[in-house]
Design a protein around this ligand. Structure first.
Ligand SMILES: [Zn+2]
Length: 512
């Protein structure tokens, strides 16, 4: 009896996912395996190793300025309470006050009481710590990046960095002093206390309320009757305008890890309408367009997303962010040359967080221009070397080039920065498997699965590593497990068939 060799499908290199930013707004990246998996499934057979495109989805930056405002308020409670665990850290300037711990506790308590009454959202302070802010940083965006890079969340939902830096946080639009910063649907916030006038609980709680509003997607409004006004002072009341209030109700249960990606299509459709309504305010429309575009993108309406990004670019030609997103959207539609053109432009404008470089690199990978791609990722690393995603991506490109030792090195670098990074283990497994170092490959895949139970690609490759070694029983059991998680998984169905066929062949050979 002739043994027919049936090989499972080739591997995929998965490069996650969420490239977070340094100086620029956070970039959300689609990390959902199932959608990518099905989308790229057809490529698996032909190309063997395939690197997933890094997709950064938009967000905009918001600053809060000191100014004037006042108002009145009301609202209704919600029975459906969401509790948000907060880790608060204070920098050395903020800690100059002997009462800094009480100041933090008191401000969060006030803001939480307001959110609970209005939206059924409670902020629970689970940890207070210290943080040393870099006094050379000249703007609050960069300070936010520093906070993000240096302070772990430790199981909290969000981190609020309290700073007492006075002079250094000046450099802002209109040269007004920023009181805080938060990016929409993210998990890090900076609030600043102006110690020169003494600590004021009311103002601090207002600033906190404003910045926390941004985390739920609230946008600035003109005028002075809302806490989302860009001008806040101690006469401002705790009140959200109707539009932002409705927005927060829609996004109340957003997952700060996944951002927009965690919202249902129905919520996104309603949000898109809300943000479109807010365009009539006539200011900050570029970030609004960017946000609307990102929502369309998340909805899979790439053409509509492209329209919004292009509108954002018309409003602000110097911002690399919408160009980066436009490039990603073009790449998604297979328009690689256009993608490379706009991403190159974004890079020239100065990609502060490296995301334009990385996404350009990913488009170049798809064009087969691996050396140029490596060059771009290395440039991104020069901007931020502490980003585990970049090391993981570089590892993925090295795998494509057949440089497996270099790939393993980069995966280790990624894991040094983030020890629970499943995709780095996953890529490392592929590199070891390619070197036929099966024990190491199996261990790496198991680590990936230990971190992400539903990592279907690691499960697939683990099955394949067993198969290649002739451990058909183990391979079979891995594919059965995979199919338990995702019963319609074509790759697993195919590979299980291949394994069962191989088992039968072995059996027939034994009989002969
Ligand atoms: Zn703001």
């Amino acid at each position: 009896m002739r043994i027919i060799k049936v090989r499972p499908f080739g591997y995929m290199v998965l490069c996650e996912s969420r490239l977070f930013s340094c100086n620029k707004p956070a970039s959300y990246v689609s990390s959902g395996l199932p959608s990518h998996y099905s989308k790229y499934f057809s490529r698996i057979e032909t190309s063997g190793v395939y690197i997933l495109l890094l997709i950064a989805v938009a967000s905009a930056t918001f600053f809060l300025f000191v100014g004037n405002a006042f108002s009145v308020e009301s609202g209704f409670p919600d029975n459906n309470i969401r509790v948000i665990k907060v880790k608060a850290v204070a920098d050395e300037e903020f800690r100059r006050s002997a009462d800094w711990v009480e100041e933090i506790e008191g401000s969060i308590k006030r803001s939480s009481a307001f959110y609970e009454e209005q939206f059924g959202i409670k902020y629970e302070l689970v940890q207070i710590g210290e943080w040393v802010s870099d006094n050379n940083i000249k703007d609050v965006r960069t300070l936010l990046s520093q906070l993000k890079n240096e302070v772990e969340r430790d199981g909290s939902d969000i981190v609020v960095g309290f700073t007492g830096q006075a002079r250094n946080v000046y450099k802002c639009v209109f040269s007004r002093t920023a009181l805080g910063i938060a990016l929409p649907f993210s998990s890090y916030v900076i609030v600043r206390a102006d110690r020169s006038t003494g600590f004021d609980y009311h103002t601090m709680s207002l600033v906190l309320t404003h910045e926390l509003g941004h985390l739920f997607g609230a946008m600035h409004v003109d005028g002075s009757s809302s806490v989302m006004s860009t001008s806040i002072n101690n006469n401002t009341s705790f009140r959200f305008d109707d539009n932002n209030s409705e927005l927060i109700k829609l996004t109340k249960f957003v997952d700060f890890d996944k951002g927009l990606l965690s919202l249902s299509n129905e919520s996104l459709d309603q949000l898109i309408d809300k943000y479109k309504d807010s365009l009539e305010y006539g200011f900050e429309n570029a970030p609004r367009r960017l946000l609307i575009g990102s929502m369309y993108y998340k909805r899979g309406l790439v053409g509509d997303a492209i329209g919004q990004y292009e509108a954002a670019i018309k409003l602000d030609r110097k911002d690399p962010e919408p160009l980066t997103h436009l490039g990603i959207a073009y790449a998604e539609n297979g328009l690689l040359d256009k993608a490379i053109a706009v991403l190159s432009k974004a890079v020239r404008l100065g990609s502060n967080d490296g995301s334009a470089h990385v996404n350009l690199g990913m488009a170049l990978v798809r064009k087969g221009m691996l050396d140029e791609a490596i060059d771009q990722v290395e440039k991104a690393m020069k901007i931020n070397n502490d980003n585990p995603e970049m090391h993981c991506i570089l590892g993925g490109i090295y795998i494509r080039k057949g440089l497996f030792d270099e790939a393993i090195y980069e995966c280790r670098q990624a894991l040094r920065i983030r020890s629970t990074y499943a995709s780095a283990y996953y890529n490392m497994g592929i590199a070891y498997q390619s070197k036929l170092m099966y024990d190491s490959a199996v261990n790496a895949y198991k680590e990936a699965i230990g971190i992400e139970y539903n990592n279907l690609m690691a499960r697939n490759n683990l099955g394949m590593a067993y198969y290649e070694q002739g451990f058909m029983g183990k391979a079979e059991s891995e594919y059965l497990k995979l199919l338990q998680i995702d019963p319609a998984n074509e790759m697993a169905i195919n590979n299980l068939e291949a394994v069962l066929l191989a088992k039968r062949e072995v059996l027939i050979c034994d009989i002969e």
